[in-house]
Ligand binder design. Structure first.
Ligand SMILES: [Mg+2]
Length: 377
């Protein structure tokens, strides 16, 4: 069975979970010679990145895989990587483009062979993961945010994750005393059993003394982990934090693009938990290799997945197949890229996340929504 056509659709949308900011993803539609269709996505985020990814696919990578055998996902992935060496070979835009095509090809292969992505990866190791509400709080006060987060737990989520330094009026990550008071207040509001993650993130990026001091203070409120307090290149800072505050788990990695990045992180013993996004780290093929490598290092994995329902569906399957899996995150507020893009968006049920029904990645894509959001470049 041949791959007949690869099409790229750059989509623009307003993300209700990110203060209604304008975001972009690039969706790929892969069609086999018998008319079967598979879908993939990359989290390009910015307009110029989406335009660039679209150009790489339309004017280069699509030609690289069109006409090849639709069952040979690995051969397609290697061919795309060879060509992408000329784009820089260090991730970035090329990794986004490879991710979207590779994910679509796995979806296509699953539909052609009537297997789920989990089955193609060797089988899920569990059928469900604890659901985490991955949130950018909207309220401006500590009490208001605590009430908001307690609402997610009341709705069934087993954990909440809070992004610091985000858009809006939350103003988290700026003042240590307020940040610690926030964690104390949230812990009281969500109860002792609920999981609770603080994601410091790109806009804050603390120095080592701030991170060590804050992590020590927050540790008494039993955080599940603290995430991304430093730039991802500062592996030594992560090592320092882990050594200084051994009672606090440290997570990062969502900004890495490929197996070599993660090998560097794992060799440095810089994290207790790594985050991986199949819409960034070279698709299903790339992320499945990272999952196996992390398991060798006995490091747990959390899928970053914070873009479209296509990425989410693929991420659930990959996570269920990970020997050292953790939780699964969902955006708690209804979002067009999640709830209108597919007929069967992944949702938490009684605090748990399972894979969507259906072959391939299982996302039942509504093409009309794809066309409605497509930007002309
Ligand atoms: Mg994060």
């Amino acid at each position: 069975m041949q791959i007949k056509k690869i099409e790229a659709f750059p989509l623009e949308y307003l993300e209700s979970n990110d203060n209604f900011s304008t975001r972009y993803v690039v969706v790929v539609r892969a069609e086999a010679s018998d008319g079967t269709v598979g879908w993939g996505e990359c989290i390009a985020l910015f307009r110029e990145a989406a335009a660039s990814v679209t150009a790489l696919i339309r004017h280069g990578l699509a030609d690289e895989v069109t006409g090849r055998d639709a069952y040979e996902t690995q051969a397609c992935w290697e061919a795309m990587r060879d060509r992408a060496w000329w784009y820089g070979n260090v991730g970035g835009i090329a990794a986004f483009a490879i991710s979207a095509i590779d994910m679509a090809l796995w979806d296509l292969k699953g539909k052609l062979t009537k297997q789920t992505l989990s089955q193609m990866l060797g089988g899920a190791l569990t059928d469900r993961l604890p659901a985490c509400a991955s949130s950018h709080p909207k309220a401006s006060t500590v009490d208001g945010m605590a009430e908001e987060l307690a609402g997610h737990i009341a709705a069934g989520y087993q954990l909440v994750k809070v992004g610091f330094g985000k858009k809006g009026e939350a103003n988290l990550g700026v003042d240590e005393d307020r940040d610690v008071a926030f964690v104390r207040t949230v812990r009281a509001a969500i109860g002792e059993k609920a999981g609770f993650i603080v994601d410091v993130g790109a806009k804050c990026r603390w120095d080592i003394p701030r991170a060590v001091s804050t992590a020590r203070k927050m540790a008494q409120y039993n955080l599940t982990w603290i995430e991304d307090p430093f730039h991802p290149d500062n592996l030594d800072a992560y090592q320092h934090l882990r050594a200084a505050v051994p009672e606090m788990r440290v997570a990062f990695g969502e900004r890495f693009f490929n197996l070599h990045d993660y090998k560097r992180l794992l060799d440095a013993r810089a994290a207790d938990v790594i985050l991986v996004d199949p819409g960034r780290a070279e698709g299903v093929t790339g992320m499945s290799r990272i999952i196996q490598l992390a398991a060798q290092y006995n490091v747990a994995l959390d899928a970053h997945s914070w873009s479209s329902a296509i990425n989410t569906a693929a991420s659930v399957h990959l996570s269920l197949c990970a020997p050292r899996r953790t939780i699964f995150e969902l955006k708690p507020t209804p979002s067009s890229m999640h709830h209108e893009l597919v007929r069967n968006p992944v949702a938490q049920v009684d605090g748990w996340i399972s894979a969507p029904e259906g072959y391939g990645i299982g996302a039942d894509v509504i093409e009309e929504t794809v066309h409605r959001h497509t930007v002309v470049f």
